[in-house]
Design a protein around this ligand. Structure first.
Ligand code: HPA
Ligand code: ZN
Length: 343
């Protein structure tokens, strides 16, 4: 691994930043999975924390998702969801996150008989506490793309009594074979409700899925999007339209989208003029939170303070907040840069 200057690491972790691509279910640490399993009397297929952790040797997205959904099975009560949210938000704040837009997968829970109200009320409890402590945060409801359009419609309707508890919708789970077009009508309904739209595309799926997410879903940001580099016209469009890409370097290495951090396309994406951000995706499974993603990715790719500051700035600019709030975020970033200049 590339050696890292401690002062540079401190600078990167302290950079005021937004996390725009984190699945709350992917923040459940193995110790928490075991604690909640015991609290709720849920049987796990693994004997110990160590055995569970040892199973985190993924070969692709699906091999991860199978374990990720199993881990989420310990979540039953609103307090479970609140505990998970609180733990993530505390860690994020310690990594310089001043704005978090957090994905949750309601179908993973409603399919097990957990009510939509339980999921949303629990998560909202944690977010409200974090807001009281000065964090800016919101939820984005994700549809599982391996399930049907009908199931997605039912999920959106079940969430409508809680319309004020989330700001947008997204699309995640097994990508290949489940193109964005499958959900065009669901996303049209979400847009009509005034919800923001994001979608995972171009992680394992082809560049055309990114085009579909933009043109058929109305996506305002693309989650991952790394495979855009295979299509020069698409890269030009994403750069021209400044479509934010929520890139997750540790995730891409763990799920074998690329071999090593040193080979990650993030640097090439920046050089192509793309609006790149750095995010953790599923930090409990992929070896580190957003701060570690910044530190190790910048070290591995030789990105300097200016490049990292640009990435953090892009993350704040790409967040779904009003103009005055955004200006306040950018002022905090500028103050941090001024205070650390020459340090
Ligand atoms: N891709 C698709 N679905 C997911 C991911 C991801 O990286 N993480 C959690 N669900
Ligand atoms: Zn993701």
């Amino acid at each position: 691994m590339t050696s890292i200057d401690p002062a540079f690491a401190t600078f990167l972790v302290g950079l005021p930043k937004a996390e725009l691509h984190v699945h709350i279910e992917g923040t459940l640490e193995p110790e928490t999975i075991f604690r909640l399993a015991a609290r709720n009397g849920v049987a796990l297929a693994y004997e110990s924390v160590e055995a569970l952790r040892a199973a985190y040797a993924f070969t692709d997205l699906q091999s991860f998702l199978d374990i990720y959904y199993a881990g989420a099975s310990v979540l039953l009560t609103a307090e479970d969801f609140a505990d998970m949210g609180r733990a993530y938000l505390a860690r994020a704040a310690a990594d310089g996150v001043i704005r978090a837009e957090i994905f949750f997968d309601p179908q993973t829970h409603t399919a097990r008989g957990v009510a939509m109200a339980t999921v949303i009320e629990g998560l909202t409890r944690a977010l409200d506490e974090a807001r009281a402590g000065g964090m800016s945060c919101d939820l984005i409801l994700c549809f599982l793309r391996h399930l049907s359009e009908e199931d997605a419609f039912a999920t959106l309707r079940a969430a409508l009594p809680f319309r004020d508890a989330f700001i947008g919708v997204g699309l995640d789970s097994s990508e290949v074979g489940h193109p964005p077009e499958k959900f065009a009508r669901v996303f049209a309904e979400a847009r009509a409700l005034g919800l923001h739209v994001v979608a995972h595309a171009g992680e394992e799926g082809p560049p055309d899925y990114i085009v579909q997410a933009l043109d058929l879903l109305g996506a305002e940001r693309i989650d991952h999007g790394v495979r855009c580099l295979e299509d020069a016209d698409l890269v030009a469009r994403l750069a021209r339209e400044r479509v934010p890409l929520t890139v997750c370097p540790f995730s891409n290495v763990k799920l074998r989208v690329c071999d090593r951090l040193e080979d990650h396309p993030l640097r090439r994406m920046l050089e192509a003029g793309l609006a790149v951000t750095i995010n953790s995706d599923d930090p409990a499974y992929f070896g580190g939170q957003i701060g570690a993603n910044y530190v190790q990715t910048c070290a591995a790719l030789g990105l300097d303070r200016a490049a990292a500051a640009r990435i953090a700035r892009t993350s704040l600019e790409a967040s779904f907040v009003d103009a005055a709030t955004k200006a306040g975020f950018l002022a905090r970033l500028d103050a941090h840069l001024a205070a650390t200049a020459g340090a």
